[in-house]
Design a binder for this molecule. Structure first.
Ligand code: ZN
Length: 639
C-alpha cells in the first residue's frame, strides 16, 4: 500500500526519532538534537550509534546501519514498511490515509490548496515591491525592518482592491473554488442582498485588501495561511486566514520554521505575542522566537514547543492583562507537565513589547528582561494567592485548599509530588510566625536557584527509617544541635523539622524530646534547654553531637540567630535534595568566594561561610562512612 508523500513527511515531522530510539537505546545527549548510544543492531561496548533529531536520521559507524524513524522501527521491531508506518502513526495519533478515491481526492485537493496559498504568498511579495505596495513597504521600513528581514519572512502586500489576487489566480488557472477553500477569496452567501436574484453580487472577492501580509509558514517553510495588518485605521487591525484543511491556527506557531533549528540547538524557545515581535527579535539576532496566532496557547502548541526546548519562555506584558494571559497559559500547561518539561515566564517592562524593547535597547536589553524570568510554580503560586488576605485560620486553610486543588490537576505523579513539596515549603515560609525578609531569596528559601526542580524525595526517606549504614548522620546532627543551641527556631520550624525522617535510634529520640520540650516549655534559653535534655538522659548523645559538629559555626550558641536559621534551612534543603552534597560543596565554595570578594555585606559572607561549612562537613562525613563501609561491609549506624 502506498502512502501519500505528504503524509509520510508529516509523520516524520510529528514523531521524534530521539524519543522512538530512546525507548530501545540508552542515549547520551551530545549537544542539542544529537545523541549517541550502543548500537542495537550489532554487539558493541563503546557507542558508535548516533541519532540526529534535526536530520531525522540514525547512523551506526560500527555496522553502517542507517535510516529514518520509520527505518528504525522496521529494523528494531522486524516490521514491514506499512506496519512500521501504521505503528508510528498510531502513536502520534495520526490517521493513516486509506487509499480510497475520496482520500486520494482529499490529499490532492490539499496539495492544490497548498499550491494556491504558495501562489498567493509570491503574489503578495511581488506587490510589496511594486507601486501598489509602496505604502506597505514604507510602513515596514518605518517599523525598522531591513530588506533582508522582509525577504526572510516573505512579507508582502495585498493591494486595496477586491480583484487584485483574484485576477492573478484566474490568470494562473487556479480554480475559484480552491482559492475560496484556501481562504484567499470570500464568496458571499447566495441569499444575501437584493442583487442575488439576478445572480450578480455573489462574486468572490479578495479577502485581504490594503494590508501588509505576513505569510504563516508550516515547519517546512511552505505558506499555509496569512495574517494581514491593515495600514490605515480600519478594523480589524489584524486579519487571519480562516481555518482551512491546511491551516488549524491552534496547531501552528508563527515563525517556527525559522526558529526551530536555533531553538533545538540552544534548548531555548521564546514565545511572544505578535508577528512583529518574532520578526524584530530575529532581525536583532534572537532567532528562536515564535508566536501563537492571536489566541491563548493551545495544548498542541505547548506540545510543539516542548519538542523544541524543555522550558519554553513565555513573554507577557507586566500589566494586568499580561498577568491574566500568563495565568491562562499556566492553567493550560499544568495538566500536561512532565518531568523536565515546564514553562518559564518573562515580563516586559510597562508599555513595552519585545518589538519595541529590542528596537530601543537591542538584543542585550531584551535578554536583560528575560534574565528575570520566573518558573511556572511562581506564577501558579501568585495566581492562587492573588491579593487574598491570609489573616485568619479559615483564609489560610482556604488558600491551602486552592493550592492543593491547583497542584492536583497535574497528571504526572512525580511532577505533582514535586509541586506538593515545593508548595509545602512555601507555605511553611509564608505562615512562619516571624517572617524575616532577609531569609527569603526569591523563588525558594534554600538558596536553590529559581525554577530548578528537585526530584521528589520524602525527606530522610526509607533509608532513614531503616537506619541503614548508608545514612549520613551529620545532617541530622547539624539540625539537632542547631535547635538545641537556638531553641527559638524550634517553634518556627516545628512542622518542617517534624517532616524530616530521622534515622531510628538516639537521634530520632532526641528529636522527639526536643520538639516536646519546646512545646512544653517555650521560654527556655539554650542553657536551660540543654540542662533539661541532660536530665532526660541525653547527656552523652548531646556531648557526642557537640564534638562532631563543632567546626560548623552556625550550629554554635555564639552564632547569630540569622545564620543559625539560614544554616538549619539549608541542611533541611539538602536532605530534601537527596543529600547531593558533593556538587553542593563546589557550589557553596564558589558562593563563598564571591561573597568574600565582594566585601561590605557581612551577613552574606557569614551565610556563605556557614553553608560551605555545612556542605563540606556532610561531604567529609559521607566520605569517611564510605571508607568505613569498604573496610567492614555491613557495619554502620545501628538502631
Ligand atoms: Zn551498529
Amino acid at each position: 500500500m502506498a502512502f501519500p508523500p505528504r503524509f509520510l513527511e508529516d509523520l516524520r515531522g510529528r514523531v521524534s526519532i530521539m524519543d522512538v530510539v530512546g525507548r530501545r537505546v540508552r542515549l547520551t545527549r551530545k549537544g542539542r538534537g544529537e545523541a549517541t548510544g550502543l548500537c542495537p543492531f550489532h554487539n558493541e561496548k563503546t557507542p558508535s550509534f548516533t541519532v540526529s533529531e534535526d536530520k531525522g536520521f540514525f547512523h551506526c559507524f560500527g555496522c553502517g546501519a542507517h535510516g529514518d524513524v520509520i527505518g528504525f522501527v522496521m529494523r528494531s521491531e522486524g516490521l514491514e514498511f506499512p506496519q512500521a508506518v501504521e505503528k508510528l502513526a498510531g502513536e502520534a495519533g495520526m490517521q493513516v490515509p486509506r487509499e480510497t478515491p475520496e482520500e486520494r481526492e482529499r490529499l490532492e485537493r490539499q496539495a492544490t490548496l497548498g499550491g494556491a496559498v504558495e501562489f498567493a504568498a509570491k503574489y503578495f511579495e511581488q506587490q510589496l515591491r511594486a507601486s501598489a505596495g509602496k505604502a506597505g513597504l514604507e510602513y515596514l521600513k518605518r517599523r525598522g525592518l531591513s530588506d533582508d528581514t522582509m525577504r526572510r519572512f516573505r512579507l508582502g502586500f495585498a493591494p486595496d482592491s477586491r480583484h487584485g489576487l483574484k485576477a492573478a489566480l484566474e490568470k494562473a488557472g487556479i480554480p475559484e473554488a480552491i482559492a475560496i477553500e484556501a481562504g484567499l477569496l470570500i464568496k458571499p452567501p447566495k441569499d444575501e442582498g437584493p442583487s442575488s436574484r439576478t445572480g450578480d453580487g455573489s462574486h468572490a472577492y479578495d479577502r485581504f485588501r490594503g494590508r501588509v501580509m505576513f505569510p504563516i509558514l508550516d515547519r517546512r517553510g511552505q505558506a499555509i495561511a496569512f495574517g494581514g495588518r491593515i495600514l490605515d485605521q480600519g478594523e480589524p487591525k489584524y486579519l487571519n486566514s480562516p481555518e482551512t484543511p491546511l491551516f488549524h491556527k491552534g496547531r501552528v506557531l508563527y515563525g517556527l520554521s525559522h526558529a526551530q533549528k536555533t531553538a533545538r540547538e540552544t534548548n531555548e524557545i521564546i514565545v511572544v505575542e505578535g508577528y512583529m515581535d518574532v520578526i524584530a527579535l530575529a532581525q536583532a539576532g534572537i532567532s528562536n522566537a515564535v508566536a501563537p496566532l492571536g489566541t491563548a496557547l493551545t495544548e498542541e502548541q505547548i506540545a510543539l514547543l516542548w519538542r523544541m526546548a524543555q522550558e519554553p519562555i513565555l513573554c507577557f506584558d507586566g500589566d494586568n492583562a499580561g498577568q491574566r494571559a500568563a495565568a491562562r497559559a499556566a492553567d493550560r500547561a499544568i495538566p500536561l507537565l512532565k518531568p523536565g518539561l515546564s514553562l518559564r515566564f518573562a515580563w516586559m517592562p510597562a508599555g513595552e513589547d519585545p518589538d519595541s524593547l529590542v528596537r530601543a535597547k537591542g538584543a542585550a536589553g531584551f535578554r536583560e528582561e528575560l534574565a528575570r524570568m520566573e518558573p511556572l510554580v511562581e506564577v501558579l503560586w501568585r495566581q492562587v494567592l492573588a491579593d487574598r488576605p491570609l489573616d485568619t485560620p479559615e483564609r489560610r486553610a482556604g488558600f491551602r485548599r486552592d493550592l492543593a486543588e491547583a497542584v492536583g490537576r497535574i497528571v504526572d505523579k512525580s511532577v505533582a509530588d514535586a509541586y506538593r513539596q515545593e508548595t509545602h515549603r512555601r507555605l511553611d515560609d509564608l505562615f512562619r510566625p516571624q517572617p524575616k525578609p532577609a531569609f527569603q531569596p526569591m523563588g525558594g528559601q534554600f538558596g536553590g536557584q529559581k525554577g530548578r526542580w528537585q526530584p521528589p524525595m520524602p525527606v530522610g526517606g526509607e533509608a532513614a527509617r531503616r537506619g541503614t549504614a548508608s545514612i549520613q548522620r551529620t545532617p541530622y546532627e547539624l539540625i539537632l544541635i542547631t535547635l538545641v543551641n537556638h531553641p527559638d527556631l524550634i517553634s518556627r520550624h516545628c512542622e518542617m523539622v517534624g517532616e524530616v525522617e530521622f534515622p531510628r535510634g538516639d537521634l530520632d529520640s532526641l528529636k522527639g524530646a526536643i520538639i516536646d520540650l519546646a512545646a512544653g516549655q517555650p521560654h527556655l534559653d539554650s542553657k536551660g534547654f540543654r540542662n533539661h535534655l541532660n536530665d532526660l538522659g541525653f547527656a552523652a548523645t548531646l556531648e557526642a553531637l557537640i564534638a562532631r559538629t563543632g567546626p560548623v559555626k552556625f550550629t554554635l550558641p555564639s552564632a547569630d540567630i540569622i545564620s543559625a536559621e539560614e544554616g538549619l534551612l539549608h541542611v533541611i534543603g539538602l536532605l530534601r535534595e537527596k543529600l547531593s552534597v558533593k556538587p553542593e560543596v563546589a557550589a557553596t565554595a564558589q558562593a563563598l568566594e564571591s561573597a568574600m570578594s565582594n566585601p561590605g555585606n557581612p551577613t552574606a559572607e557569614t551565610t556563605a561561610l556557614s553553608r560551605f561549612e555545612a556542605a563540606r562537613q556532610m561531604a567529609l562525613d559521607g566520605e569517611s562512612q564510605r571508607r568505613d563501609l569498604d573496610r567492614a561491609p555491613g557495619s554502620g549506624v545501628e538502631d
